[in-house]
Design a protein around this ligand. Sequence first.
Ligand code: GSH
Length: 283
Amino acid sequence: MKPITLYTVGTPNGKKVSIFLEELKAAYPDFEYEVYAIDFSKNEQKEECHALTPSSTFLKHSPNGRIPAIYDPNHDHSVFETAAILLWLEKKYDPEHKFSWGSDEPNGEKLRSQALQWIFWVHGGVGVSAAAANHFVRYAPEQIQYGKDRYINETKRLYGVLEKHLEGRDWLVGEGKGKYSIADCNAYPWLHLHAWAGVPHSDVGPNVRNYILRNWERPAVRKGSLTAASPPSSTDCVLSTGRFLTKLLESDFEAKYADEINKKAEDAKKWVQKGMKDDAAKK
Ligand SMILES: N[C@@H](CCC(=O)N[C@@H](CS)C(=O)NCC(=O)O)C(=O)O
């Protein structure tokens, strides 16, 4: 098989896909992918980019102008939107259902439906809410209490739903304690960053905390989390280094790393604000 091309940055959405690609690589030795790290500081996600697929543009792979996106040369097919990417990869490259459930397995269809429910719940809920909390807590040009309260509280509410669901379970879906699946690849990267979204460790229950650590212990999760941490991406501001990911798990993160947090937030604020202005100017 030819390698899948991943266009990405080390953000939570980017990591959902790079983690699954690493899991597939670990499970199926013939599976390969290559990475083109998009540079947010140059707004590459909104422009044409020719690096790995010279005849095409980034917007052809991702008409929404957001990362991540993949190009699958084995089927001459591009996919954008994280959940859609995970489902494509699972359908084409996980024939043994190591990360999902086949309809011929006992309860296979119900378990697959449960995986889809948790995937859509994160895609339309946790991701949206935590990203908005990140924005108001770290990237907004001014501190707006209403915006912070609205999205931090909603993120906490969603964490509460997960806390109950994870009682007695290791993974989101599956019989007994569950089986690691695409539902977990899709959920974990947002959860690891709760402290960045203004949800302190004291507000995260033990089931969610242990779930984060359980994911973080998987070698493919660690590898996939660092996929876009190296050049050409200059967007280290998006928390993609291993050391910073470890710091985020410390209970006194906010107080202990205040200077580093402010620096990262200031760096990210630049491209976030520039991107918003450019988008507004286009309309
Ligand atoms: N719903 C999309 C969200 C994608 C998204 O918002 N990506 C962000 C990074 S996490 C992005 O590309 N931001 C660049 C920008 O806003 O210009 C998905 O799940 O793929």
